[in-house]
Write a protein that binds this ligand. Structure first.
Ligand SMILES: NC(=O)c1ccc[n+]([C@@H]2O[C@H](COP(=O)([O-])OP(=O)(O)OC[C@H]3O[C@@H](n4cnc5c(N)ncnc54)[C@H](OP(=O)(O)O)[C@@H]3O)[C@@H](O)[C@H]2O)c1
Length: 300
C-alpha cells in the first residue's frame, strides 16, 4: 500500500483528490494548519497531521498543493508576501524535513499555475510547457514555487509541477462567476480577447493520479485541450444557464476594483495547451467547455 502525504488537502482540489485516492487503496495523510476543520471536510479514513514530526511512517508520494488563495484579495505588499511565503516556505520546510529522512518520497507532485506564462494579451500562439516565464508577480511566484519543489530531485525524487488553469468545479472560480451570470448580469471582461485556459475538476484529479502512475516529470500544463477566450467563456456559460451575457466589465473597473491582481489574472491570459499530457496519452474526460459546464451545472 502506498502512503501519500498531501499539503493543502483540505482545499478545493485536495479534497476531491483525497476522495479519489482512497478508492485506489492508498493511505492518505493530509498536512493541515487546522486538522479539526479539515476533519469536517475529508473522509474519516484520511489521517490528519499539523506537523511533519507527527509522521510515523515513510512517505512514498508527496502532493504539495498548499498556498493562500491567489484571487481572494487585492495584492497589497502584505498579501503578496503571504502568497509567496505560504507556497515557498511550505515547500522549503518539506524539503528540509525529507532531506534528513532515510527514505524521501519517490514522487513529488507540486502546485504551480498557468500564471507562469504571464499575460500575452490577444496573443493567439499556443503556449506549451516550453513557454517562458514572464516579468510579473504571478509568473515569478510560480517560477519560485517550481524551483523550490525541484530541489527534491537532489533527493532522487521524480518531480512534476502542475501548471494549472482555472479549475471548474463546485468551488473555485465558477462559484464566484455564477451569481451575476444567473441574474443575467454576466458578460465578458474588457475586450474578452484574453485567453482563459480551464480544466474540469475531474480531469484535474485524474491528471494528478496519472502523473503518479506514469513517468511524467517537469512542468505539466493542466488545462483542457480546447482553451477559450474570456468572451467565449462568458458566452458559453450564459448559454448553458440560458441567460444573456451582455454586461461587459470594462478594464478600468477591473483595475479599480482588483488592482494588480485583476490586471494579471483577469485582463491577461495565454492560449495554454496541455502538450505534455497529450504526448503522454492522457485522455481528457472534458475537452469541451460547454459539456464541462453542463455537467457541473446539471444542464447536460
Ligand atoms: N483552483 C484553481 O483554479 C487553481 C488554479 C491554478 C493553481 N491552483 C493552485 O493549486 C493549489 C490548490 O488549489 P485549490 O483551489 O485547491 O486551493 P484552496 O482551495 O485555496 O486550498 C489550498 C489549501 O492550502 C492551505 N492554505 C491556505 N492558506 C494557507 C497559508 N497561508 N499557508 C499555508 N497553507 C495554506 C489550506 O489548507 P489548510 O487550511 O488545511 O492548511 C487550503 O485548503 C493552490 O496552491 C493554487 O494556487 C489552483
Amino acid at each position: 500500500m502506498k502512503t501519500i502525504l498531501v499539503t493543502g488537502g483540505s482545499g478545493f482540489i485536495g479534497r476531491n483528490l483525497c476522495r479519489t485516492m482512497l478508492t485506489n487503496d492508498w493511505q492518505v495523510i493530509v498536512h493541515s494548519r487546522n486538522p479539526g476543520k479539515a476533519a469536517n471536510i475529508l473522509p474519516s479514513s484520511v489521517m490528519l497531521i499539523s506537523d511533519l514530526n507527527q509522521l510515523t511512517q515513510s512517505v512514498d508520494i508527496l502532493i504539495n498543493l498548499a498556498g493562500a488563495p491567489i484571487a481572494d484579495k487585492r495584492w497589497s505588499v502584505k498579501r503578496k508576501a503571504a502568497l509567496t511565503e505560504s507556497r515557498i516556505q511550505t515547500t522549503q520546510k518539506l524539503y528540509k524535513y525529507f532531506k534528513d529522512c532515510k527514505q524521501p518520497p519517490s514522487i513529488v507532485i507540486s502546485g504551480s499555475a498557468i500564471g507562469y506564462y504571464g499575460g500575452g494579451l490577444a496573443n493567439n500562439q499556443p503556449v506549451t510547457e516550453e513557454g517562458a516565464v514572464a516579468p510579473n508577480f504571478s509568473s515569478q511566484l510560480c517560477a519560485d514555487w517550481e524551483s523550490s519543489a525541484q530541489q527534491f530531485e537532489n533527493l532522487g525524487s521524480r518531480v512534476c509541477c502542475l501548471r494549472t488553469g482555472i479549475v471548474l468545479g463546485e468551488q473555485g472560480a465558477l462559484g464566484k462567476l455564477l451569481p451575476p451570470f444567473k441574474l443575467g448580469l454576466g458578460g465578458p471582461i474588457a475586450t474578452g480577447q484574453q485567453w482563459m485556459p480551464w480544466i474540469h475538476i475531474d480531469d484535474m484529479v485524474n491528471i494528478i493520479i496519472y502523473a503518479i502512475k506514469n513517468d511524467i516529470s517537469g512542468p505539466v500544463n493542466c488545462t483542457a485541450p480546447k482553451p477559450v477566450t474570456n468572451k467565449e467563456f462568458a458566452k458559453t456559460l450564459a448559454k448553458v444557464l440560458k441567460r444573456p451575457a451582455i454586461a461587459p466589465m470594462p478594464a478600468v473597473v477591473v483595475k479599480l476594483l482588483f488592482g494588480q491582481m485583476g490586471d494579471e489574472l483577469m485582463l491577461q491570459g495565454q492560449c495554454v495547451i496541455p502538450q505534455k499530457l497529450q504526448q503522454q496519452g492522457y485522455q481528457f474526460t472534458y475537452n469541451n467547455l460547454a459539456s464541462a459546464l453542463g455537467q457541473l451545472l446539471n444542464t447536460n
